[in-house]
Design a binder for this molecule. Structure first.
Ligand SMILES: *Cc1c(COP(=O)(O)O)cnc(C)c1O
Length: 348
């Protein structure tokens, strides 16, 4: 392997002098100080101060739960922001390219378009696994990023570990593994392999299993060197105070989150067994996530009929390899019951 991080960083990022915020320049060691350095309104209301730009308390809590060191962690305004930071640190517009593997999460393509970076698409196999050979063939000297979404949205499967390993070992750019759904998987993710693979970046999120999509909080795990580079370009106060407080409070109740995840996984299995009985459902794809991809006789029709019954699922039938497929999020037991009732009514 020929991985050299310095060769991947954009020159402007290498050379820039990062903004130094007031909160970066002086931090209290716990002693009560008078802060007259940031032009804040001095009258305390709980939110009159700028938030901690490094989110230390929150990172400590996440570190305990995810077993990843604070120095190998970057937080942002949703996964959306941390993914965008990766583009901006490593991809030169109009010159570099990235590889993504449809059918997959739509943001990789959107972000490449926003950043004016070519997005090379290499289809997953019919089993929804990465086609290692075709991927390595698509790589050239300007390929900076490879996006692996595992468990993959919308197919729901985790990628075969041997294939991922092969890509980590053969690709000299950065491998970004999007683990937004990892908490619903029985398979361990890649967060304990950061020290093995210097080219590995993992993203996770508070939006799915953690039940906090509304606060917009994304996590990125990578080597200290990569984190250092991303910290140079991150907006200083990208995770606001309300989000930091609410995230910490949510994590104090981590046992509740784990219980919900177990319930959702049980409901996923129940839903899967019931859906397979329907005569117009041809296939339920195995899922490590909190949704099921199912193949039906006529996805557009079934989608509209469900809407008529007040139930909104995601029609993925226009995605490659997803002809006549619907993606269904696992809801509460009651919601799933209503979904099954509606589906049964469509049989007659
Ligand atoms: C839902 C989802 C996310 C979450 O994005 P946020 O910006 O953190 O809400 C990330 N990746 C994938 C594949 C997703 O499906």
């Amino acid at each position: 392997m020929n991985f050299d991080l310095n060769n991947l960083v954009r020159d402007n990022v290498k050379n820039l002098l990062p903004y130094s915020s007031a909160r970066d320049e002086y931090k209290t060691d716990g002693e009560a100080m008078i802060f007259l350095d940031a032009n804040e309104n001095p009258y305390e209301n709980g939110l009159n101060r700028y938030p901690d730009p490094q989110q230390i308390l929150l990172k400590s809590k996440i570190s305990e739960i995810k077993q990843v060191s604070k120095k190998q962690m970057l937080l942002g305004n949703g996964s959306d922001e941390v993914l965008d930071l990766i583009f901006r640190a490593f991809c030169e517009p109009e010159t570099d390219n990235v590889i993504s593997l449809p059918p997959t999460y739509g943001m990789y393509k959107v972000l490449s378009e926003i950043n004016n970076v070519e997005n090379r698409e290499v289809l997953l196999t019919s089993e929804f696994e990465p086609d290692v050979e075709a991927i390595l063939e698509a790589v050239d000297a300007n390929t900076k990023l490879l996006f692996l979404c595992s468990p993959n949205n919308p197919s729901g499967n985790s990628f075969n570990a041997e294939l991922v390993k092969k890509l980590l070992e053969s690709f000299n750019g950065l491998v970004v593994i999007d683990e937004a759904y990892i908490d619903f998987s029985d398979i361990a993710g890649w967060s304990q392999s950061l020290d093995t693979y210097p080219n590995l970046i993992i993203t996770q999120t508070f939006s799915k299993a953690f039940g906090m999509a509304g606060i917009r909080l994304g996590m990125l795990f990578a080597s200290k060197k990569i984190i250092k580079i991303l910290n140079r370009i991150k907006p200083p106060y990208n995770v606001n105070e309300l989000t930091q407080q609410r995230a910490l409070r949510g994590l104090q109740n981590y046992s509740e989150i784990k219980k919900q995840v177990i319930d959702i996984k049980n409901e996923r299995e129940r839903l899967s067994k019931a859906l397979v009985q329907l005569k117009y459902v041809f296939k339920i794809y195995p899922s490590d996530a909190n949704f099921l991809l199912i193949k039906v006789d006529d996805a557009d029709q079934k989608y509209m009929e469900l809407i008529g019954k007040g139930i909104v699922v995601r029609n993925r039938s226009k995605q490659p390899l997803c002809e006549n497929c619907l993606r269904i999020t696992v809801g509460t037991a009651l919601e799933n019951q209503n979904l099954l009732k509606a589906f049964k009514e469509l049989e007659s």
